[in-house]
Write a protein that binds this ligand. Structure first.
Ligand code: ADP
Ligand code: MG
Ligand code: ZN
Length: 487
C-alpha cells in the first residue's frame, strides 16, 4: 500500500529540516530514585516527601537499584553500549521546585551510550534514528501559579526517577519525528518500565528543530519545542515551526536559539524563553553516591527480561501470518494487543480472521467506549471461538457482530449466547426454500418488476427473506435459492 503523505517541506523544495528529540520518561518504580518515598502520581500535594527528596541539608541519597535495571533494559532494547561504571553528577540551578538547588543527573558518560531506534520513513523505508545517550536523573517538583501572584510548590514529583533519551539530529520531517516517538513509546511500554502516559507527563518530548538550505553542511540554529502532550499535536506543531523558520529565512530574519511552546488553540508555536546565553550548570561528580558497577552476570540477567520487541514482532507477524505491514504495526502497537492476537489465532487457526475482528470491531469498540483491552470481558479464547464459529458456518456474519458485542460486555462464550438466543444459522435448504417461496409469493408486484429487468430489486428480496429468518439464514444458500426461484 502506498500512501501519498506530504509535509510542509514539499512546498519549499529549497530547504531541508533537521530534528533531534529529547524524551524524559518517568520510570515506574515503587519508590523514588534516591529515597524510599512512594513514586505515585495523583496524591495530595506534599504527602510523598522526606528530607532527601525535599533537599534538606545533610540528607543522604541512596540509589534505587530498580532504576539502574530499567535503564539497562532500555539500553539493551536500543542496542546501546552499557557503561559498566556509572557515576552521577550535580547540575546546579535555582528554582522553587528544586529545593536542593541542584539536580542529580549523569555527567559526560551516561549509563547507555549510542544505540538506535528503528523507524519507518515517510515512504515506508527502514531508518535507524541514532541515540546519543540515555541517562538516569531525578525529576523536579511541580509549581502551580495561581492568581494574585500566589504560587504553590508540590514536591511529590521531586525525586521521581527519569530516563532521558537523546537522539542525534537524525529526523528529516514531522512524520519521521512522530514515527520515532510512537516507536519509542511502544518499546518503553513493552519493557514495562513506564506508563509512558503523555497526559500525566510520564512521557515528555522536547523537539529540537532547525532548517537549512537543501544540501547544506551546516545546521541552522535550533529551536526547542517543549511540552507537547499529545501525539495528535506533534505533527502540526513541527509543521508549523518548520514553516515559520523557513519564512524567517526567506525574509532574511535571524532565527534565535529559543524554547517555544505549542499553542494548540491557535495552532501555532509561541515564544517561551531565550536559550542564547547558555547557563553554566557547574556540573561536578555527586560526592554522596558511590559509582555503580554493572558486571557481566547482572547484564546477562537483564537481557533475559526483555520481551520480543515491537519491530521484530511486526516482521514476524507479517511472515508467519501473512498479514500486511500496516496491520502488523497496529497489532503490535501494544504488547497486550499482540499477545491477544496470537492466542486467539492459535484457537481458531485463522489469523487473518482474528486480525480483521481485532482491528475493525475490537479496536473500534474500545475507541468508541473509551475502554482498554484489559477492561473488557472478551478473552482471546472467546474471540478465537467466535471466528471458528463463523468459519464453520455455525453462525452467519450478521449474527456474529451481535454475539461479539455481547461477548465483549458479558464475557459469555459463543456457545452459550447462541444457545440462549437461539442464534444458530439456518443452513438447511428445505427450511430456507420454504421461506424464499413465501417471500416471493407475498411480493408479486416486485417479482414482476424484477422479471421485467429491474435487477436492482434483488437485495430487497434478500433482505425480506433474511428478516423472516431473524437474521439467521445462511446468506449464500439464501441467495442461491432466490436466484433459482426468480429465474
Ligand atoms: P539541551 O538539552 O541543552 O537542549 P542537548 O545537547 O542535550 O541540549 O540536546 C540537543 C538535542 O538537540 C539533541 O537531540 C540533538 O540531536 C538536537 N540538535 C542539536 N543540534 C540541532 C540542530 N541544529 N537542529 C535540530 N536539532 C538539533
Ligand atoms: Mg538535554
Ligand atoms: Zn523522599
Amino acid at each position: 500500500m502506498s500512501h501519498e503523505i506530504t509535509t510542509v517541506l514539499d512546498r519549499y523544495p529549497a530547504y531541508e529540516a533537521v530534528i533531534g528529540i529529547e524524551v524524559h520518561v518517568q520510570l515506574k518504580t515503587q519508590s523514588k530514585i534516591f529515597c524510599s518515598c512512594p513514586n505515585q502520581f495523583g496524591c495530595d500535594p506534599n504527602t510523598n516527601i522526606c528530607p532527601v527528596c525535599t533537599g534538606q541539608p545533610g540528607a543522604l541519597p541512596v540509589l534505587n537499584k530498580k532504576v539502574v535495571e530499567f535503564a539497562m533494559m532500555a539500553g539493551v532494547a536500543a542496542d546501546s553500549d552499557i557503561t559498566r561504571t556509572n557515576t552521577f553528577a550535580r547540575k546546579h540551578y535555582m528554582y522553587p521546585d528544586l529545593p536542593k538547588n541542584y539536580q542529580i543527573t549523569q555527567g559526560e558518560v551516561a549509563i547507555c551510550m549510542n544505540g538506535a531506534i528503528p523507524i519507518k520513513t515517510i515512504d515506508g523505508q527502514d531508518k535507524r534514528v541514532r541515540l546519543i545517550r540515555m541517562h538516569m536523573e531525578e525529576d523536579a517538583g511541580k509549581n502551580t501559579h495561581g492568581t494574585g501572584g500566589i504560587s504553590w510548590v508540590d514536591l511529590n514529583r521531586a525525586g521521581t526517577p527519569l530516563l532521558e533519551i537523546v537522539t542525534e539530529p537524525d529526523m528529516a520531517n514531522s512524520v519521521e519525528a512522530k514515527n520515532y516517538l510512537m516507536r519509542l513509546h511502544t518499546i518503553i511500554r513493552y519493557l514495562g518500565i513506564s506508563d509512558a502516559n503523555m497526559d500525566e507527563g510520564s512521557f515528555r518530548a522536547d523537539i529540537n528543530i532547525s532548517v537549512m538550505p537543501k544540501g547544506s553542511k551546516t545546521y541552522g540554529t535550533r529551536v526547542e519545542l517543549k511540552n507537547i502532550n499529545s501525539f495528535r499535536f506533534i505533527v502540526n506543531a513541527i509543521e508549523y515551526e518548520i514553516e515559520r523558520q523557513i519564512q524567517a529565512n526567506e525574509s532574511g530574519e535571524k532565527i534565535s536559539q529559543e524554547t517555544r511552546l505549542w499553542d494548540n488553540k491557535n495552532q501555532r508555536t509561541v515564544f517561551m524563553r531565550s536559550k542564547e546565553d547558555a547557563q553554566d550548570y557547574r556540573y561536578f561528580t555527586e560526592p554522596d553516591l558511590p559509582p555503580v558497577h554493572i558486571d557481566d552476570a547482572w547484564l546477562a540477567e537483564i537481557k533475559t527480561r526483555l520481551p520480543e520487541l515491537p519491530h521484530y514482532k511486526t516482521a514476524r507477524f507479517q511472515q508467519q501470518y501473512g498479514i500486511s505491514a500496516y496491520d502488523a504495526d497496529l497489532l503490535t502497537e501494544e504488547l497486550d494487543r499482540a499477545i491477544f492476537f496470537e492466542e486467539a489465532a492459535k484457537i481458531c487457526g485463522n489469523a487473518k480472521g482474528v486480525c480483521n475482528w481485532m482491528l475493525r470491531d475490537l479496536l473500534g469498540y474500545l475507541k468508541e467506549h473509551k475502554r482498554e483491552l484489559q477492561e473488557i470481558q472478551l478473552t482471546p479464547h472467546g474471540l478465537g471461538e467466535l471466528v471458528a464459529a463463523l468459519d464453520s458456518g455455525m453462525i452467519n456474519s450478521k449474527v456474529a457482530q451481535d454475539i461479539f458485542i455481547e461477548m465483549v460486555e458479558t464475557g459469555k462464550s459463543v456457545a452459550v449466547i447462541v444457545d440462549e438466543k437461539d442464534l444458530k444459522q439456518i443452513g438447511s435448504s428445505d427450511e430456507l426454500e420454504a421461506i424464499v417461496v413465501a417471500v416471493l409469493a407475498a411480493n408479486p408486484d416486485n417479482v414482476a418488476k424484477y422479471k421485467a429487468g429491474n435487477e436492482r430489486l434483488f437485495p430487497y428480496f434478500v433482505g425480506q427473506a433474511m428478516k423472516e429468518t431473524k437474521g439467521k439464514g445462511n446468506p449464500v444458500i439464501m441467495q442461491e435459492l432466490l436466484k433459482k426461484h426468480l429465474s
